[in-house]
Design a protein around this ligand. Structure first.
Ligand SMILES: [Zn+2]
Length: 102
């Protein structure tokens, strides 16, 4: 039996280190190229740095951006922001139903 937990830990750390460009790229758009370069050329070290650089250069995922929509009541002017698009905004102040088209 091989009782060397440090060896296992360092191997895990090495794998995680190797996959850092992919981990970064997974939160971005158009990440398939980075994943390919990381997987197949990451061991060349140069390929790893290229993948890492590309991963950081990628645009952020569009839906992970924090977008807020501002709604205001047509009746009393009450304003409130939501992190999603609403079709119906029921005013909590005057209970007026505000409808919005797509
Ligand atoms: Zn209102």
């Amino acid at each position: 039996m091989n009782h060397n937990p440090f060896g296992f830990v360092s191997l895990t750390a090495l794998i995680i280190l190797y996959l850092i460009p992919i981990i970064v790229a997974l939160r971005k758009d158009n990440n398939s190229k980075v994943i390919m370069i990381n997987m197949f050329l990451g061991w060349t070290v140069i390929g790893w740095f290229i993948a890492l650089g590309m991963a950081f250069g990628l645009p952020r995922k569009s839906h992970s951006q924090s977008c807020y929509w501002l709604y205001h009541c047509e009746e009393c002017g009450y304003k409130k922001t939501f992190d999603q698009k609403l079709r119906l905004f029921k005013c909590p102040q005057c209970f007026h139903d505000n409808f919005y088209m797509e």
